[in-house]
Structures are given as C-alpha cells and as structure tokens.
Design a protein around this ligand. Structure first.
Ligand code: PLP
Length: 380
C-alpha cells in the first residue's frame, strides 16, 4: 500500500464501470451512440484510467469534456476518439482545437466567427441551442429562426458544422410540469433539425439526452446520449430510481489512527460543538475536508466501521475527523473505514452524503480532492 501511505484513498472499480456501460448501452436504441461525459477528471474518478477503460474495453468513441485542457488530455489517451468541448474555449486557442481535431460547442455567430479568425484550419463544431436551460447557446423564439442562424453558420468558411445539440434543465424530475418543459425542449431541438433538413442541410448529429433523459425518456431521435453521472453509478436525482444494476464505481476509504475511551463531558473537535453525554469510545479517522469530505457532515455524517454505522462526533477538521465507535468494540488503530461504499451488508453512497449536505452526488465525487489517490481495482 506504500504509494498512498494508507491514509485516505478512493477505490475505483473498473468492472463496475464496464457493467454500467453495458447497462447504458442497453437503454439506448441502436441509432444512438454513447458520448461519455468525462469532464472534471471523469467526475473525480480519474480521466486517465476511465478513458482507457471506456475506449479499450467498452468501445466508446465519443467523449465530452468541459474545456480545451481536458480535451487535449483525452486526445492523448484516445487518438481515434471524437471529443466535444461542451464549455467555453477562448477563441485565441482555436488553432489548438483544430490541431487536436477537437469539436467545439459553438454558442453564437459572434463566437463562431471569432474561432475561425483564430485558426488557419477548419474548426469542427456542434452548435449549441438554448431551448430552456438558460445557460449557453442560440436562443430564438422558433425552431425556424434558429435553423436560419445555423444555416448562416454552415456557410462560414473555416467552420465545419457537424451537429446541433441542447441541454435539458429538468429531465431528472417526474412532475407533470417538468415533463412538459422537457417535452418542449426536445420538440424545439428536433424541430430545428427538421427545419435544417427542409433547407437542405442534413447534419450528422442532433443530440440532447443526458443521464436523466437516457434513463427516463430515451429516444432514437438523439444521435448521441451524453451520459455522465450514470456512468459512475450515481443518480441524476436521488428521488428517482435508476435502472437496475447501475451501481457506484467509487468507494472512499481511510483508516483509524487512534481509539480512546473518554468520560462524559469530554469535548470533541473544534468549537466544542460535541460533548460526550456518557462514556464513549472515540476513534480518530485520517480524512478531512481538505480531502473533499465535506465539513457540512460535522456531527451528521456516518462512516462504516466493521460494517456498522458510526456517527461523526463534532466538526470535520482539515485532515482528520472523529467518530463514535462505542458500539464497535473491535475497532482499533489501523483499521480501514468506509466513508463511501459497501462494508458488509450496509452501504453509504455519495448520493446519501450529498443529501445530508444539501447538495447532489455529482458535487461529492467531483469534490474528492487531488490529495486522495485513486486506486483502480480490476479483475482482468
Ligand atoms: C455535464 C453535462 C452532461 C452530463 O450530465 P449528466 O447529468 O451527468 O448525465 C451532458 N450535457 C452537458 C451539456 C453537460 O454539461
């Protein structure tokens, strides 16, 4: 265990990743290819091993990232892949977009022109349409007007428009109102595509499915399914079930550095927010908020020790935290504990921690910091 000193580490299961991909492939129609979203270091799982596993073992050809830096990293691992940058690239870097054969998401005519001015070669792009997310993209009242602008973009020399896409705002909700909203978003993008066809432009791609849409409203009308969170086995929204078999890929572990029995009245951690009401056995654990284990879990979060849930006592510190192991007499210094993952019959998920913190599983896994080494488990 030397390279990571057995302090705090994340175990990433490649067999589970492959299994999740197989399930996602089963959700999609034959006309839809998976575009694996690997932004933010593959949602904190480590893009290097994740991308290699996805290309070599799962046959994934399409990847989506958030910026040029991520795109170049993926390009170096996957020379044959199609890589789409979903977010902003400063136009000054347009020549690198072409040099690395990357596809850029284009949000306006102005941006399209700026890209072309900065690259001697053709810049490949997919045009982003804002159909209701209110974030980035062309925003027009009607699909026809939107198509007109895309037609104008198609005539720009130096720009190669290969697709249009949009992003759903509430595909992870089953309320009637939100379903109607997503229906409208979907209709807008597919109508825009049809308007382009009417004008003689048949683009290879039109895509709008994210993880939630892939699970709950899969359609062959989207040429790509931009799956992110479900690849890693987490929920787009915790209130809705995800397809059977999808399961978390990452576990988070640390060790007990010390166990002591303290009398009633003992204060634990900064701020003296926790005071032992009776005699307790307190274990100190080698992980803290600098590892991405949120301070919002202070006195609230639970950790698995020998398969039993133990409550955090007092504030989470930068590198350490304390838990109540009164009910786990066998707990001792050097024992491995599970902060995210399965131990025995019980399991703590990133989604569960997120709920305690008032956020989403996405933020929990992306937030596991650089200090935490990723250890890859494989059975090949
Ligand atoms: C992050 C992102 C996705 C993936 O979203 P998930 O909910 O993780 O599937 C898809 N499309 C765009 C534009 C994104 O920014």
């Amino acid at each position: 265990m030397k390279p990571y000193l057995k302090r705090a580490w994340a175990e990433v299961s490649l067999p589970q990743l492959r299994k999740n991909m197989e399930i996602i492939r089963g959700l999609n129609s034959e006309k839809t290819e998976i575009m694996a979203v690997v932004k933010a270091d593959a949602y904190g799982h480590g893009y290097d091993r994740v991308c290699r596993c996805l290309t070599e073992d799962c046959g994934i050809r399409y990847f989506a990232v958030s910026n040029l830096d991520e795109a170049i990293s993926v390009r170096e691992l996957c020379p044959e892949a199609e890589i789409l940058i979903l977010g902003y690239t400063p136009p000054e870097y347009a020549h690198e977009i072409s040099e690395y054969n990357i596809i850029q998401g284009v949000v306006s005519m102005e941006y399209a022109l700026a890209l072309c001015q900065n690259s001697p070669e053709r810049v490949r792009c997919h045009v982003k349409i804002d159909t209701g997310m209110g974030r980035i993209g062309l925003r027009y009242g009607t699909p026809a007007e939107c198509a007109e602008e895309v037609v104008r973009m198609c005539s720009i020399e130096g720009l190669s428009v290969e697709g249009i896409y949009t992003h759903f705002a509430v595909a992870d909700s089953d309320s009637a109102d939100n379903i109607a909203f997503t229906d409208h978003q979907e209709k807008f993008i597919t109508d825009t595509y049809d308007e382009l066809v009417k004008r003689g432009i048949k683009l290879p791609h039109v895509h709008f499915m994210n993880s939630a849409a892939t699970c709950y409203r899969n359609t062959s009308k989207s040429t790509l399914s931009r799956a992110g969170i479900i690849i890693y086995g987490l929920h787009p929204d915790v209130s809705l079930d995800i397809p059977e078999g999808l399961s978390p890929v990452m576990e988070l572990k640390a060790v007990i550095s010390q166990v002591k029995t303290v009398p009633a009245g003992t204060c634990i951690s900064y701020g003296r927010t926790f005071v032992a009401e009776h005699e307790m056995r307190i274990a100190t654990v080698t992980i803290g908020y600098a590892d991405g284990y949120s301070r919002l879990l202070s006195s609230k979060g639970e950790i698995l020790v020998h398969g039993k849930r133990c409550r955090i006592t007092g504030r989470v510190c930068m590198d350490q935290l304390m838990i109540d192991v009164s009910e786990v007499p066998e707990a001792k210094s050097g024992d491995i504990v599970t902060l995210i993952g399965r131990d025995g019959d019980d399991m703590i998920t990133a989604d569960e921690l997120a709920t305690v913190c008032g956020t989403i599983g996405y933020e929990v896994v992306c937030g596991i910091s650089k200090r935490v080494p990723r250890i890859y488990i494989d059975n090949k």
